[in-house]
Write a new protein. Structure first.
Lengths: 495, 329
């Protein structure tokens, strides 16, 4: 039904896509995988009419298709569901659905609200979202908003839906719900392109898989031809022997960070644990289990009614991020675009953000020192060599952006490092490099707390794992007892 | 429980304008018995009409996270043109149409500079503010013009027993309210204010929508200017001065956010305009020291902006606290 024929595209002379060809049948789900920067987004932007290909054609039902903008794609009944959802929180579900095609009353420019509500309710029933159509989107959870996006696709009677990393902000249950819905859509003959870094999901729900590497199609075929190992190999172009680099150092028995009876109504309940120097402690839990909120409390971003936080045995009296930074605690937030980076600022400026006061003398910045230390840290975090220090952070790929955030905190020489989803949305190669960095940190005696939704990741890199559910610690597992099922069970709060 | 608290606070903040209005009315009612007479309340309505109409137009612009500082200046240019035309013996309706035309032209000029040239609304409308005031001073040669008696009669005209300013105000209000809540254009204005880039990606013609709101704002400024002219009966070099700030204050006081995407003309902006006028009227009745007025006005503007930023903070906090007891089977 839809076909890419020899698509090539370059930006400023740098080829991003070269000669990519594959096709999608009605009612099939195609998984599109590849490292960040492999060309997936560019390919989708060409489909959406945001970019025009330098060579090659798009074919829709055997006819050449040349979209010039989002409206052309909508006319061709192709719907895009981006990682950052395109919903308006201040409008109702129904208004979001019909924003560009409100049903009108007669010939007047008045919205026929009755018809709008009725049609919205019918569409919502199809995705099994039990919400009044007049509900404001800002009152919905991430998973519910995703369903509204899919409803939007149904409202234009989409024949092809592109889902870009749809599960990153969903709970396990919402993810299951999404997959069940995708199966129903497939039954109705709707084609889906599913882009994800979660290879397990891709292997589970896709009929065919297409692998891109450096803008070239390196493999394409039915799901049965692939395994996770093969996909990883194809994506990076070399077999990563050890996804998780081995660690030789052991934790000391020297507490670096202690949480004592932390409680805050509706957020966390009686959380106590100790993080040792040189230890990697994992914090597992589903989305909405209170992991991030706990991290924010530990770092002093959010208030906490009861309990105390100790760093190197000293109680943090004034609870603030400034105080935490003074005690050399670092916090990498889960939302790097809006909280971790100043995306418009240069790499150097981002790196120097936390340590700026120490790089100044009598109010004047020591630029020599600034450039020397930021250049050194770029090497240390293995930032892409072609990146220039003056380049804005937004021009980097996700993995390299995350390295900049890490580098920013490393400059402050932390003794405790809290990492919230350090590898979310970044490619396999960069993930492995971040694990290596964590190993180097603990070897130097830094205590690391890692929050992650990927249990395999925690099992791969941690010395100990705490499992959180509904704001409480449910289980504590030491390395010899690591067991995926046990952790998941505790996270799901099952006995 | 902790999420219920900011939600309650938000409900309180959203209704703060109405509560504040009720308190002000009650306070003046107690202090000055003549405040609550029918005649005085009608006076407040008549005096608030001009501000309210300008503020309704301003609400459209603020909803898109924009701002229009040029409304006072465009009123002055329009008034100068009206003055010249009427004194030259042109018919009154033609002069009024010209004034509305001037307002529309200002709106269109602002919109073109913002959408086509891509300059920030604040800077564009600051420029057109100075341009407008200069132009009008040149047209009037900085001399005051007294308008003929026919113009003042316009101000005291009644339609079915309702003073013309109030009738015009109510008509604009109803039209604006229906436009914002019941038309595709109105709902798209809210979408543009929430996220301009997302609105563009969703396939909305954002230029057309922005053009629409600045045009509406310009026309509303002209209508408000006509009422002011009819009430004052003269075009002075200070005509329309600081009107942009009263309009913004009324809209923001009524709960319209300077950050875009949030606000209503009814009750919002209307309450804001009536509140400002009631305070002024009450101070006059109480025989307050005239030097006190600017202080009270500044306190009102401060309260309005404080309200807006507090609400934004609470909204951010609600957005952040996403902890919900879920996955409980």
């Amino acid at each position: 039904m839809f076909e890419f024929r020899g698509i090539s595209k370059g930006f400023f002379g740098v080829p991003v896509l070269s000669d990519v060809s594959f096709s999608i049948e009605s009612g099939s789900t195609v998984g599109l995988v590849g490292e960040n920067g492999a060309g997936k987004s560019t390919l989708m932007n060409i489909m959406g009419g945001n970019h025009q290909p330098d060579a090659g054609t798009l074919m829709l039902d055997g006819v050449s298709f040349e979209p010039r903008g989002p409206r052309d794609a909508a006319m061709a009944r192709i719907a895009f569901i981006h990682q950052e959802l395109n919903l308006f929180p201040n409008l109702s579900i129904a208004e979001n659905l019909f924003l560009t095609s409100f049903p009108r009353r007669g010939g007047m420019p008045l919205i026929d609200r009755k018809t709008m509500r009725k049609r919205a309710a019918a569409l919502l029933a199809e995705v099994e979202l039990d919400m009044p159509p007049d509900t404001l989107v800002e009152h919905l959870t991430a998973g519910e908003r995703q369903l509204v996006e899919i409803t939007k696709a149904l409202s234009i009677e989409a024949r092809l839906i592109i889902l870009d990393e749809p599960t990153t902000s969903l709970t396990a249950r919402e993810t299951e719900r999404l997959f069940a819905l995708m199966a129903r859509l497939r039954g109705r003959g709707i084609a889906i392109i599913y882009i994800s870094h979660s290879l397990d999901d891709v292997l589970r729900i896709c009929d065919r898989i297409v692998v891109l590497r450096d803008g070239k199609l390196v493999a394409s075929g039915p799901r049965e031809e692939f395994t996770k190992e093969r996909l990883v190999t194809l994506m990076v172009g070399r077999a990563i022997q050890q996804y998780f680099p081995p660690r030789v150092t052991r934790p000391s028995a020297d507490p670096a960070l202690e949480a004592i009876g932390l409680s805050h109504a509706g957020v966390v309940h009686n959380v106590s644990f100790t993080l040792q120097r040189g230890e990697v402690l994992g914090l597992a839990g589903l989305m909405g289990s209170g992991r991030t909120e706990l991290a924010r409390i530990l770092f002093g971003l959010d208030e906490c009614e009861h309990g105390e936080v100790r760093v190197q045995g000293r109680s943090l009296r004034s609870h603030s991020a400034r105080e935490s930074i003074r005690q050399r605690v670092a916090f990498l937030t889960e939302d790097r675009r809006s909280e971790g980076l100043c995306v418009e600022a240069s790499i150097t400026d981002n790196l120097a953000l936390v340590t700026l006061p120490s790089l100044a003398r009598l109010g004047w910045l020591d630029l020599g020192k600034l450039f020397a230390s930021t250049a050194a840290i770029c090497m240390a975090v293995r930032l892409n060599r072609s990146a220039r220090a003056s380049q804005p952070a937004k021009s980097l790929s996700g993995g390299n952006q995350q390295k900049v955030v890490l580098g920013k905190w490393l400059l402050a020489e932390p003794t405790v490092f809290i990492l919230d989803e350090p590898t979310r949305g970044i490619d396999v190669g960069a993930k492995s490099e971040i694990y290596t960095l964590i190993n180097e940190l603990v070897a130097r005696g830094v205590a690391v707390l890692v929050i992650s939704s990927e249990i395999e990741e925690l099992i791969g890199i941690c010395d100990r794992i705490l499992v959180m559910s509904r704001g409480e610690l449910r289980d504590e597992v030491d390395r010899p007892d690591f067991d995926r099922e046990r952790i998941l069970r505790a996270a799901l709060n099952k006995p | 429980m902790s999420s219920a608290h900011p939600r309650l606070l938000l409900i309180a903040l959203n209704n703060a304008p109405t509560v504040l209005f009720a308190l002000v009315l009650a306070a003046f009612g107690l202090l000055a018995p003549q405040f609550f007479t029918g005649q005085n309340l009608t006076n407040i309505g008549v005096q608030a009409s001009s501000t309210a109409i300008v503020a309704i137009g301003m609400t459209f612009v603020l909803l898109t996270a924009g701002i229009d500082l040029s409304v006072g200046a465009s009123m002055f240019v329009g008034a100068a043109v009206v003055g010249k035309m009427v004194l030259a013996g042109q018919p009154l309706p033609l002069a009024l149409a010209a004034m509305i035309g001037v307002g529309a032209m200002f709106g269109a000029l602002n919109a073109l500079l913002i959408t086509r040239v891509g300059v920030m609304p604040f800077v564009v409308t600051l420029a057109t503010l100075y341009m407008g005031r200069g132009l009008a001073l040149w047209i009037t040669q900085t001399r005051a013009m007294n308008l003929p008696e026919s113009f003042l009669q316009l101000g005291s005209l009644k339609l079915a027993g309702i003073p013309l300013p109030i009738a015009l105000f109510v008509a604009v209000l109803v039209l604006a309210h229906v436009t914002l809540t019941r038309t595709p254009f109105g709902r798209q204005v809210y979408a543009v204010g929430a996220d301009l880039e997302a609105a563009r990606k969703a396939g909305l013609d954002t230029r057309r929508i922005l053009f629409g709101v600045y045009l509406i704002c310009g026309v509303c400024a002209a209508l408000g200017g006509i009422i002011s002219l009819a009430q004052i009966g003269a075009v002075s070099p200070k005509f329309g001065e600081y009107r942009e700030f009263t309009a913004i204050a009324a809209a923001v006081l009524g709960g319209t956010s300077l950050f875009g995407g949030r606000g209503h003309v009814l009750p919002g902006t209307v309450i804001g305009a009536l509140l400002i006028q009631s305070v002024e009227n009450g101070l006059v009745i109480l025989n307050a020291d005239p030097y006190l007025y600017p202080l009270v006005t500044s306190a009102i503007i401060f309260a309005a902006v404080l309200l807006d930023s507090t609400r934004n903070r609470v909204l951010a906090r609600i957005g952040r606290r996403k902890i919900r007891i879920e996955e409980t089977k």
